[in-house]
Design a binder for this molecule. Structure first.
Ligand code: GAL
Length: 362
């Protein structure tokens, strides 16, 4: 009899442990060995019986990116704060590193779908794949918040119809949206920072602003717009410009350094301004500028985008001419807010825009 009771007790314990251990569809990290913050288990031990836990899959194009590192930390911090407020793990975030590879990212999104995530936040590796990713999530009926890399445009034709298929997919779907910043604005601000200098950027006084353009990546609208609109702002201010070099540095400090070094060797004092599509590459360019014996503010200008902490310091001490604040916190907060609205079944907009801001020496 005693033995029977012991057996029964043991069986009961097994059952309750299994219940605590979480459902079979609990997400696990698929992060390719990165430092993703995966949930320890699917159980949410601290969750009160009535507290629901939402699983949110977040795919970041590449963890090893200055700006997106801040952004993903902001996302995690937002949900951590919400969990703190709720008093239990209300939002379980699984962050994965897509390692700058679209095939990897597509697999990760498919895994999120198999794991029955309640919502997905995706920083696309390639915006040309946005339609495919949107369709996967729409078919699985999982809300999708795209961030940072704007899917191909929502431009309209003469009759006001959206031209681009991806934009149509986004706009047609009440559970898909894009949260970002309008890169045209950041480019314009870079150009305006240069145009408002006493010599309007013509550092060597030869009547033309000769520049080097260090480009983010080829298919990213942030890169395209920053490249285009920075120079447009100069031209709109009536300034004559000449492009000496325009090269892709993939948002990367080391590549920015090499491109700037080569340009300085080839063109020397002819270079008035080095425009960088982001601060990461501007940091690299700065290293080459000093290595070439040049001095920012004295014989050359340097601008970036993002307003990384160290670059804001450089702007304030004059070693960078200016940068443009890319509001990682504002964008991450908006992306998280709208994710929660989607989880609560609320109506959302399809596009959310967060402003950039100029950063120049105070
Ligand atoms: C930009 C940012 C870059 C890089 C890029 C990645 O908005 O300025 O530094 O993070 O996004 O898509």
């Amino acid at each position: 009899m005693k033995r029977m009771l012991a057996l029964l007790l043991a069986l009961m314990m097994c059952f309750s442990l299994a219940a605590c251990g979480g459902g079979g569809d609990a997400p696990t990290a698929d992060n390719g060995g990165s430092d993703a913050q995966a949930p320890a288990d699917g159980g949410g031990d601290a969750a009160p019986a009535d507290g629901e836990t939402y699983n949110i899959g977040v795919a970041i194009y590449k963890f090893d990116d200055n700006f997106m590192t801040l952004y993903r930390q902001d996302i995690q911090a937002y949900f951590d704060a919400e969990n703190e407020k709720a008093g239990y793990e209300k939002y379980k975030v699984t962050l994965v590193d897509s390692n700058n590879d679209m095939a990897t990212q597509t697999n990760q999104i498919q895994t999120f779908i198999t794991q029955k995530m309640d919502a997905i936040i995706c920083n696309l590796v390639q915006t040309s794949s946005s339609e495919q990713i949107v369709n996967l999530c729409v078919e699985a009926d999982i809300p999708l918040v795209l961030i940072n890399r704007e899917p191909p445009g929502d431009e309209k034709d003469a009759d006001g119809n959206i031209i681009d298929e991806t934009a149509k997919v986004i706009l047609d779907n009440p559970k898909v949206c894009y949260v970002g910043a309008d890169a045209r604005q950041s480019g314009t601000y870079q150009g305006e920072i240069i145009a408002s200098l006493p010599d309007k950027g013509d550092r060597n006084g030869d009547g033309v602003v000769s520049y080097v353009m260090i480009i983010g990546d080829p298919e990213n609208s942030d890169a395209q717009y920053r490249t285009e609109f920075s120079i447009k702002a100069l031209k709109d201010a009536g300034i004559e410009c000449e492009e000496l070099v325009a090269q892709v540095g993939n948002w990367d400090t080391a590549q920015g350094q090499t491109i700037a070094a080569n340009a300085l060797t080839q063109f020397g004092d002819k270079i008035d301004v080095i425009f960088c599509n982001n601060d990461g590459m501007a940091l690299g360019a700065y290293a080459s500028i000093t290595a070439a014996g040049r001095t920012v503010g004295e014989d050359i200008y340097l601008v970036g985008v993002d307003a990384l902490e160290e670059c804001v310091e450089m702007v304030n001490n004059g070693t960078m001419t200016g940068t443009v604040k890319n509001d990682d916190v504002g964008q991450a907060n908006k992306a998280c807010e709208v994710t929660i609205e989607l989880l609560e079944g609320k109506d959302i907009q399809n596009y959310y825009w967060v402003d950039y801001a100029k950063v120049v020496k105070e």
